[in-house]
Design a protein around this ligand. Structure first.
Ligand code: MN
Length: 377
């Protein structure tokens, strides 16, 4: 038992204990052990996919497509997203043992249904060959094109059972539609059947929302991503998705896109509207449980782009240490920041919690074999 565990932070399960022994007291960082690092939101794209994305963006002059062109025409970004050798060198430089790869936003979701499904298969075949070449360094989340729900469901099956991928990633809205729409039920059913968590990654707001996000650089991760993705999650929580698919597991980046902070208010307002008898008028279905209860039982959050101790600690308290995961968000976030954050957190929280966050939860949730050669528990 190390110094931090003896300190008793998060010892026992009572919230009072958690509050009383807040991790604000700093431990001696020289005692921090090296832990296996398995970040879970690491962007990848094959060159063929980026070319297809740019071609689509060229054909339709929207604000989002201008943004895509600006971003993905940079040679450096293309190389970072597609080149496995330079990625491995980067991982070695920063002590990252393994990356859980996923296709960069917006993925194949903006394409025509059949083209999008074809691209998802191309991406997943690339993932399989990367993992085959480097089985101890990479795992991957399958890309799918939910705009073709039946093909997407088949691709979930193929990706998990034939390619051995570790879950699926959906880049939030599907051409302005959301996963609470019953048309996407085959995708969610396949995710549950093949035990594939859905990583719900943000995307640019859809056409119906974009107008108010085009100013001040707000369209992407500055504000548009979390505004759009949190809306998506609220629709799923309030739309009965987890009554219809109680075993569905969803992973969110960016410490939950703000949701962990709003659970009490959602529960309160949901109950308030029901008490007042307004649920029918507002089109609010009767849920079996409270929105916040689904969030605590069906969701995980990753630290991508949120290298900030206080909300991280808050998420551990609200969701429990089994539901928080480390992520860097390569190549969009600086590894120095993410590594500085996670090493600082190791100096402030007990080792058993940090084992879970840095790699243990990811191994369990995404069915990744622990590194047998590494003595990191
Ligand atoms: Mn990301």
């Amino acid at each position: 038992m190390n110094e931090l565990t003896r300190r008793g932070f998060l010892a026992g399960s009572s919230a009072l204990t958690l509050m009383a022994s807040s991790g604000l007291a700093r431990a001696n960082s020289s005692a921090v052990e090296t832990m296996r690092l398995l970040p879970v939101e690491e962007a990848y794209a094959p060159v063929e996919f980026i070319q297809a994305l740019l071609k689509m963006a060229e054909s339709n002059d929207t604000m989002v497509n201008r943004y895509i062109k600006m971003y993905y025409q940079k040679a450096g970004v293309v190389d970072q997203l597609s080149n496995i050798d330079s990625r491995l060198a980067h991982m070695d430089k920063y002590g990252i043992d393994m990356q859980l790869l996923s296709v960069t936003s917006p993925g194949p979701q903006g394409f025509d249904a059949e083209h999008g499904a074809d691209l998802s298969e191309l991406i997943n075949n690339k993932f399989a060959s990367i993992i085959k070449a480097h089985p101890t360094r990479f795992a991957a989340l399958a890309a799918i094109a939910p705009q073709s729900p039946e093909r997407a469901a088949k691709e979930v099956k193929r990706a998990i059972t034939e390619l051995g991928l570790n879950g699926i990633l959906i880049n939030s809205h599907i051409q302005g539609e959301y996963l609470d729409d019953p048309k996407f039920a085959p995708v969610l059913e396949a995710a549950v059947e093949y035990n594939a968590p859905i990583y719900l990654h943000p995307s640019y707001p859809p056409d119906s929302m974009i107008e108010n996000f085009v100013d001040y650089g707000m369209m992407g991760a500055l504000w548009g991503f979390q505004a759009e993705c949190s809306l998506h999650v609220a629709r799923m929580l309030l739309g009965g998705v987890f009554d219809r698919h109680p075993k569905l597991q969803v992973v969110l980046g960016h410490l939950g896109e703000g949701l962990p902070y709003w659970l009490s208010r959602m529960d309160n307002r949901y109950q308030n509207i029901r008490r007042r008898g307004g649920a029918k008028d507002l089109g609010m279905p009767e849920l079996k449980r409270l929105p916040g209860e689904y969030f605590r039982d069906n969701f995980y959050v990753a630290t991508s782009g949120m290298n900030w101790f206080e909300p991280f600690e808050y998420c551990i308290r609200v969701m429990g240490p089994d539901r928080v995961l480390f992520a860097v968000d390569y190549p969009y976030e600086r590894a120095e920041d993410a590594l500085g954050f996670i090493h600082d957190a190791q100096a402030r929280l007990p080792a058993d919690i940090m084992h879970k966050v840095t790699h243990g939860n990811a191994e369990r949730i995404f069915n990744i074999a622990p590194a047998a050669a590494m003595n990191f528990g």
